[in-house]
Design a protein around this ligand. Sequence first.
Ligand code: ATP
Ligand code: MG
Length: 571
Amino acid sequence: MNSLEPNSGAMPEESSERSNFIRDIIIQDIESGKHSGRVQTRFPPEPNGYLHIGHAKAICLDFGLAAEFGGKCNLRFDDTNPSKEETEYVDAIMEDVKWLGFQWDGLFYASDYFEQLYEWAVQLIKAGKAYVCDLTADEIREYRGTLTEPGKESPYRNRPIEESVDLFERMKKGEFPDGSRTLRAKIDMASPNLNFRDPVMYRILHMDHHRTGDQWCIYPMYDYAHGQSDSIEQVTHSICTLEFDNNRPLYNWFIEQLGIFPSQQFEFDRLSITFTLLSKRKLLTLVQEGHVSGWDDPRMPTLTGMRRRGYTPEAIRNFCANIGVSKTNGVTQLSHLEYFLREDLNKHAARVMAVLRPLRVVIDNYPDDVVEEMDAVNNPQDESAGSRKVPFSKVLYIEQEDFREDPPKQFYRLSPGREVRLRYGYLITCTSVVKDADGNIVELHCTYDPETRGGNTPDGRKVKSTIHWVSEAHAVDAEVRLYNNLFTKEDPNEVEEGQDFTSNLNPDSLEVLTGCKAEPFLLDTVPGTRYQFERIGYFCVDRDSTPGKPVFNRTIGLRDTWARIEQRENK
Ligand code: ATP
Ligand code: MG
């Protein structure tokens, strides 16, 4: 075999079996009989954007751990902030979780618990553990103190319990304007953990909610809603990212004060990938400012964008399993994700031939009216994928870059007088070059050796290169979209003074090629189908395809090693 077969590049160093401290905790809990050995997890997205590859890591953990230990995993929408949440996101999140290959047990919304959360809040007020505060948001911040200085108590902290009960009820009834009052937990204004300095539990917000409409005008804050929602669902292991480390004591405090089911929180490292932004807020900015075509732009790290680009759920799951879980944040190389993408596509993608930048080749000694059907293997990695016929005729297209009139040393592809093998076809030799008035090469003339059908050389002579081709008369016109990194910096958040992350956008992240030529097999291909264009890379049929005019997204180039070969050849 020649250099046509992909080799997926270097294997990332980590092995795919990795210990996982959360898994170890679950094993211990099962062994000690905690919660009668029951495992209940949840994945709690806020429906304020589309899921990204970071969420995939959380999903794989939440669902994966539950499945491994015979437990259950809920999908719970953390929809306590009506100003940013929408039904569109709810629907997209469900679709993405399913696409990744997971099915939730219960489907819940934090907003389902608004009534219960309200009753518990009243209970805490009556127990002297919460009070209505009339300070403004700015004043609350001022009073909070700093890491080195204790906070100051609110003048409303010690108002009579009955007064707080009454005011909280009137907050709920809508008697007060937005921001005029809050409900706060009464804990410790001198606590070294700032979250304990009388955290806000409820705020007033006269705004329609995507599910509860105008039923509520007070909304619970994350810290008050999250743990209680876990507890209502009897979640045993509530897994979240490290930045919630400091919220854990408060999570426990509410549960203890209320004496409800003792859910417990465990934190793991947040996924960061080089050249990639993983923040819904910033991804929303890219969409809103038109830097990308939408949440499903194939350059986006969203699951919907990655799906459109051609990522497989298996590749993403394998990646998530391999990166493992730790207690410190780090940065993962994009090439690490790409390794798992290539590995999976190599196994499953059908091989086809397509020419991205066509150069016309006429085989002078080939009969005018003959079309031969050449046997082509669909996937050398998968015998069951079978084979297909590729038409061969007198006029073909090859890739412009596979010809050099004046070849540099080590360029072994076609050049005047040089013989190469056409994949699945014949050996051809270039005899002359046709140029236009400006001196651009527009056509090659070649001869073929009829004894070399299928690429064999009966006399054992060697050719150094095999190139791909498409028969002109049978070619399907295609559009191909080539994607590069969306950002030029490894850390897109690293910016100059006064700039924001959009200043790191890569102006060359998309290149659209029209007039590409594909073998006829691709005429009626279906959006979402993934192929390997031999010698070029992996491609996925885009939803913008129209009958007879497919559009392909480049998922990823073949491999780094091929790029190296090319660099070497071109020297
Ligand atoms: P973003 O900052 O992108 O909006 P988020 O953490 O606010 O992310 P949520 O919808 O609240 O998004 O997240 C749902 C779950 O996914 C949480 O448990 C969160 O910890 C987890 N998650 C979000 N981003 C990542 C990430 N980059 N790596 C791992 N887990 C993540
Ligand atoms: Mg969030």
